[in-house]
Design a protein around this ligand. Structure first.
Ligand SMILES: [Ca+2]
Ligand SMILES: [Ca+2]
Length: 340
């Protein structure tokens, strides 16, 4: 997802240097770890989660190739036929072997904030062990909504399997007792467990130099869902070997589209970028975001043919806990000021 909106943070620009810290126990913030999930093999109507072949392709087990063909076929019957054949041809024979097994994602919802696990393909049971950062003050009165869904591909709404509510009292009780929070039989969820631990932040700020002639590189840091990733960049380099036009970390808007990374089609070519897991973040001089999907933090520039580029970008990256207001606007760009 491209971040376009900037959160209205009350007058304070976030900066990395001002937020650097050592090992910290952060009172009022807990880590909710989604553990083991088991679900029924049929939906509420007694049907399998996914349709049988040929309604499938790639990792999207519920794709309807007939419908794809008909949609495109409105423009031209020949194109419609081609679209249907392409859809069927793209099928991965193993991706959807088991139509009774859903493709599981667990989402944690609080107001506008959505935190998510990775996907577990073709699973009636799955152990996620996905940590998520939750502020006790951010838990709505009726609790966090924990939703288990079957992911049916990017063009369909996720198919609900079941949902449970986790209240602040449950989180505090689990934290005090050390016992997992467990639910049985909620919708088509057979069971779901989650652990609660105190949040401690212990990742120091990372400084690194990126050579612009390579693909994105790891920073060695990992952000969990609900944590804030802050990245700033500075550099002067060349990505166009013909014109040799020097650019900086903001890239250039007249750069050619075909040289941009697939994940940054509308961001300046050559600009500094970052990924948290699979989540793309355009950095430019500085960017901050509370992430929905956790994962390793990588940095690079928006260029899919970097081999002949020359120069370097200096990055600073920090993963920490956000403010309550920032957490409540997860996945919205946070105004960020570079300090060198
Ligand atoms: Ca489905
Ligand atoms: Ca599915």
């Amino acid at each position: 997802m491209q971040l376009s909106k900037v959160a209205v943070v009350t007058g304070i620009l976030v900066s990395i240097v001002g937020s650097a810290h050592a090992d910290d126990l952060v009172p009022g913030w807990v880590v909710l770890t989604i553990g083991r999930v088991e679900v029924d093999s049929t939906d509420a109507n007694g049907n399998p989660w996914d349709k049988p072949p040929p309604y499938r392709r790639g990792n999207s087990c519920d794709e309807d190739c007939e419908a794809d063909g008909k949609v495109v076929g409105v423009l031209s019957p020949l194109l419609g036929k081609a679209a249907k054949l392409m859809c069927e041809g793209a099928r991965d024979p193993d991706a959807c072997k088991h139509q009774e097994r859903p493709d599981l994602i667990v989402s944690v919802l609080a107001g506008k904030t959505v935190l998510m696990t990775p996907i577990m393909i073709n699973s009636l049971t799955a152990t996620f062990d996905t940590p998520m950062l939750v502020p006790l003050d951010g838990v709505p009165p009726d609790g966090l909504q924990i939703m288990v869904v079957d992911y049916d591909g990017p063009r369909k709404p996720p198919q609900p399997i079941g949902a449970v509510s986790v209240t602040r009292q449950m989180l505090e009780g689990a934290l005090a007792s050390g016992n997992a929070i467990a639910f049985q039989h909620a919708g088509k969820i057979i069971s779901i467990t989650m652990g609660v631990t105190q949040y401690t932040s212990s990742q120091p700020m990372k400084d690194l130099t990126f050579n612009v002639s390579g693909p994105p590189i790891s920073t060695g840091m990992t952000a969990m869902a609900g944590e804030m990733a802050l990245v700033q960049a500075r550099g002067r380099y060349v990505v166009n070997v013909i014109t040799k036009e020097p650019i900086d970390e903001n890239g250039y808007s007249h750069g050619r589209h075909e040289y941009r990374l697939d994940d940054f089609p509308s961001s300046n070519q050559g600009g500094a970028i970052a990924y948290v897991g699979v989540e793309p973040i355009f950095v430019g001089s500085c960017a901050g975001v509370v992430v929905s999907n956790g994962g390793p933090v990588r940095v690079g520039i928006n260029d899919n043919a970097p081999k002949n580029n020359t120069g370097t970008v200096t990055f600073k990256a920090l993963v920490k806990w956000p403010t309550l207001e920032q957490w409540r606007n997860a996945n919205t760009a946070i105004a960020c000021a570079p300090v060198w």
